[in-house]
Design a protein around this ligand. Sequence first.
Ligand SMILES: [Zn+2]
Ligand SMILES: [Zn+2]
Length: 142
Amino acid sequence: MKIEDILKDKGLRITKQRKLILETISKEENPISAEEIYEIIKDKIKLDLSTIYRNLNTLEEAEILLKTTNVDSISYYQLNNDEHKHFITCTSCKKRFVIENCPVHLLEENIEKETGFLINGHNFEFTGICPDCQKKNKKKVY
Ligand SMILES: [Zn+2]
Ligand SMILES: [Zn+2]
């Protein structure tokens, strides 16, 4: 779907800011933070960080974007579609990895059947110990 159509579909006005923000997010392979969006578009348009946050909020409320707030308390945004991604964060070194395929679509179907809800989003993050940290921990001698 074209970005104009996504906005129209949700009854949002098509503004240059919204278009540019959505274009930037859709070009990114992985979810992206407001600061990262700012760094990418600051040469193309005069937009301060708080305006970007305001636009991101509007787009999230319209369910065009998915927001994930990680253990580092930074929020990352991505398009709300079937190919969205989740994070797994190492609790030891705080490194963030991306899980390519959303693992819960099947689970959603079950929850819909059970509750009668029409689910339109979910938000979660996995945490654990990354392979590097596992190796490091093994080397420690007590
Ligand atoms: Zn780690
Ligand atoms: Zn998901």
